[in-house]
Write a protein that binds this ligand. Sequence first.
Ligand SMILES: Cc1cc2nc3c(=O)[nH]c(=O)nc-3n(C[C@H](O)[C@H](O)[C@H](O)COP(=O)(O)OP(=O)(O)OC[C@H]3O[C@@H](n4cnc5c(N)ncnc54)[C@H](O)[C@@H]3O)c2cc1C
Length: 468
Amino acid sequence: MLITTMAGPFPVKNATVPYWRTQLHHLDSHRSTPELPEKQDIVIIGAGFAGAALAHYLLKDSPESEPKPSITILEAREACSGATGRNGGHIRPDLFVALAARMQAQGLETANQVALFEAANAEAVVALVRDEGIDCDLRAVTTGDVFVDAAEAAKIKKLWDAMTKLNCPTLRSVTYHGPSDAERVSGIAGAKVAFTYPAHVVWPYKLVMHLLEGAVGKGVNLQTKTTVHGVSETVDGEGYWTLATARGATRAKRVVFATNAYTAGLLPEYDDAIYAARGTVCRVVPDAPATNIPLGSAGLEMESPNSIDSYYGLRQDGSIIVGGGKSAFVDDKEEWYRNYDDSTLIESTAPYFDCWAARTFTGWKGFETETESIWTGIMGYSADSAPHTGHVPFKPGQYICAGFDGHGMPNVLLCAKGLAEIIKDGRPFSETGVPAVYETSAARLRKISELVAAPTIGRAQADIYLKF
Ligand SMILES: Cc1cc2nc3c(=O)[nH]c(=O)nc-3n(C[C@H](O)[C@H](O)[C@H](O)COP(=O)(O)OP(=O)(O)OC[C@H]3O[C@@H](n4cnc5c(N)ncnc54)[C@H](O)[C@@H]3O)c2cc1C
């Protein structure tokens, strides 16, 4: 069977250590069997939130009396060592700001669909954690989108006024705070406008490891430290795809790419559509208990043009998980754009975070904070800002669940559930409840590649830092 061994990008070795990975689960470097199975029904590539959730739903509710599909998860590094294990720990369905941007780009109906889907995802995570009794520090918070930049604040207020006249169901959960109370309500120094709404913070690694433990308990073969270097161009005589790894080949009837930022490493046809954006997150520990921080989490828009400069989530131990620092590095494109190296830091972000809390919160001037740990992670940006879910075009038996655009926590779970229904039950995409704009297709890939190739638009435009 002909397999082209790909050049990558693949996950790198010696990744920085995120706070979330300081208490390792016993399955972190697990291999269910010493050798890879010779063949199985389904191989999932990637043991992040998407891969783990997919395994969970593929096996959920399957009657004991019926044979279960044989499933193997192949993970390049340790379990949950990619974006999920290194993110900001937010589950923030975007109920207004992204809704407004998406409405301008893709119309009201699509924008509403996506916002409602994100809200449903957040609820689904809460229900999953409750039903399974998952110990992952999930906490309900009031979150905020806080605008400090006056021009951005004026622009977003205009949009708010316009959109409150339209039929946007998710706006009912959002409260607007203007210049007279934005600073008080948000606790962010200089806030001009704030929108608050319900969200959650979570320890993402613990959530994913619980799902993996459940899957392994139901017979899933988990193989960590096993990078897939290529998949055969066609199926063999028995209908199996062959996957190449340094530990030998393995065959599967169905192959799922839950590879997020690294998808193009195995599926080059996704190179224009899904690409890396390196980000930074850190854990800041104040020298006194964090008081006067009214919001449990927030995204802060500090300067034009509109994009989140930093974001934070409070932990119950008084520490603050802070991410972003965009203004410190965005002009140095090599530091983040199509950068797959999470083994090194973006140097300019460390000083940015050192005095972040004193600079950001009202009444915090003079407070000492220690950046207790800092790490990088690789987001899978999507050129048209929507994940890719469904059948890989022209490769029957291959599926994708990737490209979560740095915003997977309120998207992954129900995408994985929908994809499990497609794989297990043969359900058409249109009946999964996943927004139509999330369906991957040849036409969508072609459209993105045409945009990238257009001289007046080109990759620079297609790949702009925050597309919405
Ligand atoms: C710094 C940072 C901050 C973020 N903050 C937030 C946030 O606060 N809220 C939010 O909603 N989202 C956030 N995100 C995005 C969120 O983490 C992702 O959208 C989500 O985790 C995607 O899950 P995933 O399973 O698709 O990807 P991943 O967790 O990256 O999993 C993909 C897995 O595939 C494996 N893999 C890839 N290629 C191969 C191969 N060839 N062979 C074998 N294995 C392979 C990788 O090692 C990895 O483990 C952030 C991301 C980063 C990096």
